[in-house]
Design a protein around this ligand. Structure first.
Ligand SMILES: [Zn+2]
Length: 488
């Protein structure tokens, strides 16, 4: 069986889950579910990044020990993962013992290879980024992401020979390791401008105690990013199987440098295989504004799932924003798409079809063949191509084009005016098409897909079942409540 290993970035549990977390997770979950439809064995990893100065500071602020603090925070993320209907294979925490052990072993290995050496660091550090910055990175003296002035640090620590891997990293970047392509240039330019400098990969315990202890120097802790990136390696070992290397890492664009430069260099040093691809999605704004606590526009996905539904939120986020680009979230857009696309198109198609089968066929799927007209309206190949290229929004758009064709088919054929074989052919065609639609929408709206299957009296299918005329005549349908309510 072909395997597919996908990851998201691991979250910093220093604050609560917000819509940006939901966005990355939902997109990755849709990709994971799509690969299950392809019949592959999918390993889907997410988790939390629990070490470092930022977490220690957040814990202190709330009057807790770091571990106690992250234990409580992580519960919020595992809870929202359930609410969002995410299908993780594992939620790895960087405080998990197996992870800490593997991170130490790899750090030791890089050291023994001669790629880690002792030095002293004098420079700038942004605790928000958990990253060393140079003057060139600053905008008006501040970190451009966090809008805060970095700390000036002078300390003894260990360095990783990142510079040694410059050529290999550039080769990777030129050969499709990182997508979307537009973002590759930013990284390549940054390397061209400054060259790859060796990276400080440990902190003295006196400055950062909350971290994994350096295996060859008990006065140092491993730099939080070095530790965190290795979650993808340690989390892939299930005990029975090792899924490494990843097929794809889904990340936010702000951490591209760590995933496309530092991580591959670390792996090259250890001799571990490289992941096949890193894909960076864009940033979300809310109602056109950057999300921030001070603006009070940080949206809790729990609120949206409760007020609307998880499926509606999943659909909106994937459909509204071309994957890889920046995008905007608004409840107005959610309502519009819910009403026009989910309620009027998908919900209406299912409801009308089920009602007619009940009324004209005694609630049983009639014996007939799907009309060639509808068969032609489904461009399955195009949907598959979009998913392969991670054009998730375009795949959904194509699926909904087919849904629109089915609705048009009802209007054109006006089954209420038909009788006998003609009527049966129209109703069978519709039910058979809905069965296929249910499979195709399942990665995006898993609950709606299940409800459609229940109504049609069918089991969930795989992509190979997206062939026409597989629906069994005589199957009893089961009418139930409408799939999507209109929002006023
Ligand atoms: Zn920062």
């Amino acid at each position: 069986m072909k395997t597919f290993y996908i990851t998201t970035a691991i979250v910093y549990p220093n604050s609560d889950p917000h819509i940006g977390f939901a966005y990355e997770q939902i997109c990755a979950d849709a990709i994971a579910r799509w690969h299950r439809l392809l019949g592959e064995e999918v390993f889907f990893l997410t988790g939390s990044d629990e070490h470092g100065a930022k977490i220690a500071a957040a814990a202190k602020k709330s009057g807790k020990e770091p571990k106690e603090f992250v234990d409580e925070q992580v519960k919020k993320f595992t809870a929202i993962a359930k609410t969002l209907n995410l299908t993780h294979s594992r939620f790895i925490r960087t405080t998990d013992k197996d992870h800490e052990k593997i991170a130490k072993e790899i750090f030791q290995k890089v050291f023994e290879k001669g790629d880690i050496y002792k030095g002293s660091y004098a420079g700038l550090y942004c605790v928000g980024c958990e990253s060393f910055l140079t003057e060139k990175d600053l905008v008006e003296g501040k970190c451009p992401i966090h809008q805060t002035a970095p700390q000036a640090i002078q300390e003894e620590n260990y360095f990783f020979r990142l510079s040694k891997y410059e050529k290999q990293v550039l080769d990777l970047l030129e050969n499709g390791f990182f997508e979307p392509k537009e973002r590759v240039k930013e990284i390549v330019n940054r390397i061209a401008k400054n060259g790859l400098q060796d990276l400080s990969v440990s902190r003295p315990k006196t400055n950062v105690a909350w971290g994994i202890e350096c295996p060859f120097d008990k006065n140092q802790t491993i730099y939080v990013w070095f530790d965190a990136l290795l979650n993808y390696v340690s989390g892939a070992k299930t005990g029975k199987k090792d899924f490494w290397p990843a097929d794809i890492h889904i990340i936010g664009k702000e951490i591209s440098w760590f995933h496309c430069v530092i991580f591959p260099a670390m792996l090259l040093s250890t001799g571990l295989q490289l992941p096949k691809k890193v894909f960076a999605h864009g940033w979300l704004t809310v109602n056109g504004q950057k999300m921030s606590k001070s603006l009070g526009n940080v949206i809790d996905p729990n609120y949206l799932c409760k007020k609307y539904s998880t499926d509606v939120l999943r659909y909106l986020l994937v459909r509204e924003i071309p994957f890889g680009q920046d995008g905007d979230f608004s409840e107005a857009a959610l309502k519009t798409r819910n009403n026009n696309e989910l309620a009027n198109e998908l919900g209406n198609l299912v409801n009308r079809t089920i009602v007619m089968i009940e009324k004209y066929c005694n609630g049983k799927i009639p014996k007939a063949k799907t009309s060639a007209e509808l068969e032609k309206a489904l461009n399955l190949k195009k949907i598959e191509e979009h998913m392969e290229k991670l054009e998730l929004h375009a795949a959904l758009s194509e699926i909904f084009a087919f849904i629109a064709s089915c609705n048009k088919f009802i209007n054109d054929k006006a089954p209420w005016k038909l009788k006998g074989k003609e009527l049966e052919e129209v109703l069978f065609s519709l039910a058979d098409s809905i069965r296929i639609i249910s499979i195709l929408v399942s990665p995006f709206m898993p609950s709606a897909s299940e409800k459609i299957n229940e109504q049609l009296g069918v089991k969930s299918g795989l992509l190979k079942d997206c062939k026409f005329n597989l629906l069994k005549a005589g199957t009893t349908i089961k009418k139930s409540e409408i799939l999507f309510k209109k929002i006023e």
